[in-house]
Design a binder for this molecule. Structure first.
Ligand code: FAD
Length: 476
């Protein structure tokens, strides 16, 4: 069975093989082709179903599909014939976005039009009911890591993320790889791509270069950030002729690219880490609002430490966030948090300050004790009562991940119940905790979870250029 994927391919193959074409078929297909590639594929599915039904009815033993290395028409045909379930079809839902890589050594091509632009995430959010999710990855340091990540992306595509998202290495250290990964995400994985872009070591022309590269491949979604200081530098500094903060970058994108890109920005429910200070005098000196977002812990000397973004500073942060949104940001992705109340308070604060865009919670996957400690102390994250102890009590990485899944599930369910539009998972380039959490939330089927059963055995290759590593020693 030759899958009819494109009118060009149909003409070429039937001419080449001198195939008898039933009357009217060619004209009908040509007419469908005027409505675009998708219409041709729909036609191909209908035609395939009619043909295969007849063949099966006549007692043919089976069907051998010439897939042309694509899946949409095969999947549609099999589904409409009732030979596969809805769930099986959903596992292959990604479409044929990688078609341009499917040219054979003989130059046989499917003739599929390539290079269509990605949809904008802001548009998708308007038409997607609340409850979506997205996955963030960072560029791995080694070639093996990149290969493994691409395999992981293909597996995780089957879970149905709204988009996949790629960080920009501190100081632009991984800029080429980040651009390669978003391109692969769009063209090879067939998932809408979202790229981070920072101002660190970045002149306007370098930023434009990166944005032009995205535009050239049709990647239309950007997270505009100031960035962290490059490795070895304590303080963030602008380069000559560069941007001073994320606001400058948002303004430039809107000025130079109009509304071509969806632009999102970072939001900090507990305040930016630089604005979080240690306070003497204990909880008593804090206001009620400060008490709800402060971090408390016992230091090595047994002293109770209180850290918080004071109200006045928090107000500055909110005003600044409002100016990032007013400059043209479409939505906010939050910094990690572990106390869901902090997210709810932040959304309320956003609305009070007149920030009306969606606030998507960033969910840090709890994959290992070392990473948990490192990230929460770096970001000065507030921990709900008992969480530090529960994390420490996990005997090994597997137990920690199980705890990460149950903690993540509880958090995410609470967020959805209270109206969060979606979840943005900081995957740390791993899949076990994300898959377990989504399965518990009922967002994916057992079959989808099973298709990502590969575990995190390749974790050691997933080290970022900044040395962020997910490989953590068991707490014991
Ligand atoms: P900005 O929005 O510029 O703000 C930085 C701080 O300065 C805030 O405290 C802000 O309130 C303050 N500020 C700046 N200008 C003003 C002003 N005019 N008035 C008042 N206050 C001001 N880092 C990377 O290197 N690569 C990444 O890919 C990356 N991805 C991230 C994704 C998310 C969702 C988040 C939350 C963070 C990410 N980071 C990344 C980290 C981020 O770059 C750092 O947190 C950085 O220190 C701040 O970036 P920003 O875009 O929030 O900066």
């Amino acid at each position: 069975i030759m899958c009819i994927n494109a009118f060009g391919g149909f003409k070429r193959m039937t001419g080449f093989c001198k195939t008898r074409v039933p009357p009217g078929l060619s004209d009908a297909l040509e007419a469908a082709s005027k409505d675009g590639d998708e219409a041709v594929k729909r036609f191909g599915i209908d035609f395939g179903v009619t043909m295969c039904k007849q063949l099966l009815k006549d007692g043919t033993p089976g069907l051998h599909f010439y897939t042309l290395n694509l899946e949409k028409v095969v999947v549609g045909t099999l589904k409409n014939l009732g030979l596969i379930s809805e769930e099986q079809a959903a596992l292959c839902q990604a479409g044929d976005a990688d078609a341009k890589s499917m040219v054979s050594a003989q130059g046989i091509t499917t003739g599929t039009k390539i290079g269509t632009d990605d949809p904008k995430v802001s548009d998708l959010m308007k038409t997607t009911p609340p409850g979506f999710f997205s996955f963030e990855y960072f560029p791995p340091k080694t070639a093996d890591g990149v290969t493994n990540l691409k395999k992981r992306m293909l597996r995780m595509k089957g879970l149905g993320p709204l988009f996949m998202d790629f960080t920009w290495g501190a100081g632009g250290s991984t800029s080429d790889l980040t651009i390669d990964l978003v391109t692969a995400c769009k063209n090879e994985t067939g998932v809408v791509a979202n790229m981070h872009l920072t101002c660190t070591n970045q002149t306007a022309s370098l930023a434009e270069d990166a944005l032009n590269k995205c535009k050239a491949v049709g990647v239309r979604n950007i997270v505009a950030l100031r960035g962290d200081a490059p490795r070895g530098m304590d303080k963030w500094e602008a380069v000559e002729g560069g941007f001073t903060c994320a606001l400058d970058l948002v303004k430039m994108i809107r000025e130079k690219y109009g509304d071509y890109f969806t632009v999102s920005v970072a939001g900090y429910p507990e305040g930016h880490p630089d604005a979080i200070e240690q306070v003497e005098g204990g909880l008593e000196v804090l206001t009620e609002a400060e008490k709800r977002r402060c971090r408390t812990f016992t230091d090595e000397d047994g002293k109770e430490v209180v850290m918080v973004c004071r109200d006045a500073k928090f107000a500055e942060e909110m005003n600044y966030l409002k100016s990032k949104v007013d400059a043209g940001s479409d939505f906010i992705i939050t910094q990690m948090f572990l106390d869901v109340q902090v997210y709810h308070d932040f959304v309320s604060a956003c609305r009070e300050y007149g920030i009306t865009v969606p606030v998507v919670p960033g969910i840090m996957c709890l994959t290992g004790y070392g990473g948990f400690q490192r990230m929460t102390s770096l970001c000065k994250t507030r921990l709900p009562a008992g969480m530090a102890e529960a994390a420490k009590a996990c005997a090994n990485d597997d137990e920690f991940k199980q705890w990460g899944v149950s903690t993540g599930t509880e958090m995410c369910q609470n967020l959805f119940d209270a109206g969060a539009p979606g979840l943005h998972f900081y995957t740390l380039n791993l899949e076990k905790v994300v898959v377990g959490t989504l399965r518990n939330l009922g967002k994916i089927t057992a079959e989808q979870a099973a298709s990502c059963s590969a575990s995190d055995a390749d974790a050691k290759t997933m080290v970022s250029a900044q040395g962020i590593t997910t490989v953590t020693a068991p707490s014991a």
